[in-house]
Write a protein that binds this ligand. Structure first.
Ligand SMILES: [Zn+2]
Length: 182
């Protein structure tokens, strides 16, 4: 297996997965597991096959799944991105005895991933709401809205509607990826 940005990214996701406390967030946990499953499948495809699309539609399909799931797994932008971050990514490669050319390639891949993953705008709210409803089915949507809506005004029916639709989007996403193995 060729080591590249994606294998480093997998290593850091595996570290995140093993952090204590994640079991208290079952939805975050499920999303992370689905993301890592696909990331492992993507890393298992040889780099040259991914790069030249010789592997048929599979690498591209996995990549678009990683982008969709990534929008629910990561906060805000996937990585904050400045010149300083680019230097950091490059240093990770160089510290691990990669050549300058390999480090440059790693930075290019990290930048490309960063440009495609954007957090879902109601990610935080929808995940918290779903975890609350799953843990206590007696909670009404109005109760949940009261606790998670971040509109900073008096909550209205439209707050509840927006929350319900984000949670239903999240439920559909979980269902789709749980039924489909990478
Ligand atoms: Zn509100």
């Amino acid at each position: 297996m060729t080591k590249d940005f994606w294998t480093l990214h997998l290593e850091s996701c595996l570290r995140l997965q093993s952090l204590p406390g994640l079991e208290k967030h079952p939805v975050v946990n499920r999303l992370m597991n689905l993301y890592v499953e696909r990331l492992k499948a993507y890393c298992a495809i040889p780099l040259f096959v991914r790069e030249c699309n010789a592997g048929g539609p599979k690498p591209l399909e996995l990549l678009s799944e990683l982008q969709e799931l990534g929008g629910w797994v990561f906060r805000k932008k996937f990585l904050p991105w400045t010149d300083k971050d680019e230097n950091e990514v490059a240093n990770i490669f160089i510290d691990r005895a990669y050549s300058f050319e390999e480090a440059k390639e790693g930075v290019r891949q990290a930048r490309a991933l960063n440009a495609t993953i954007r957090a879902h705008p109601r990610r935080e709210m929808a995940i918290r709401a779903k975890e609350m409803k799953d843990a206590d089915s007696s909670l009404t949507w109005a109760d949940v809205t009261e606790r998670v809506c971040d509109c900073q005004h008096q909550h209205t029916e439209s707050c509840t509607d927006q929350l319900k639709s984000a949670v239903s989007e999240l439920n559909n996403l979980l269902k789709k990826y749980q039924e489909k193995k990478p």
